[in-house]
Design a protein around this ligand. Structure first.
Ligand SMILES: [Fe+2]
Ligand SMILES: [Fe+2]
Length: 139
């Protein structure tokens, strides 16, 4: 995967792991694209929304496998991912049923994603870096 294909990831949210950072950037770009499409034609694009949810699943699995490969305890972070997928699934059902406005949802999603990176993914980034340093020192 490209290190930084689009460049919408704010510098302060970079965690220092190229694959994870590139996926975070991809997610910000997909949210931005969904917002732009909504502004242009006012219609929710469910196929793109479903594809974003699938990308979140792939992304969470990537973080989990990076942590697992480095021997990092990941259960609390994994629980947070599962909880997020449940919320996403409920929200997409509410969108389809007309009980939730897509623009409101996308604003919330962006806010939640930034909080998740700050509260969980940055810690993972530090631990992955520690694990890399330990491995380089042969410990
Ligand atoms: Fe993440
Ligand atoms: Fe995460």
């Amino acid at each position: 995967m490209d290190a930084m294909p689009h460049g919408l990831l704010p510098t302060e949210l970079v965690i220092g792991h190229p694959e994870v950072d590139a996926q975070h950037d991809e997610i910000f770009c997909r949210i931005e694209s969904l917002k732009n499409v909504m502004l242009e034609d006012g219609q929710p694009h469910y196929a793109e929304l479903d594809s974003l949810v699938d990308f979140f699943k792939l992304h969470f699995a990537t973080e989990e496998s990076c942590a697992c490969a480095a021997g990092i305890e990941f259960s609390a972070h994994a629980r947070e991912h599962l909880k997020s997928l449940r919320v996403l699934s409920r929200a997409t059902a509410d969108l389809r049923a007309g009980r939730l406005d897509l623009r409101t949802f996308l604003r919330y999603l962006e806010y939640w994603f930034e909080q998740h990176i700050n509260d969980f993914d940055k810690v993972l980034g530090h631990r992955l870096e520690d694990a890399r340093e330990r491995a380089n020192r042969g410990l």
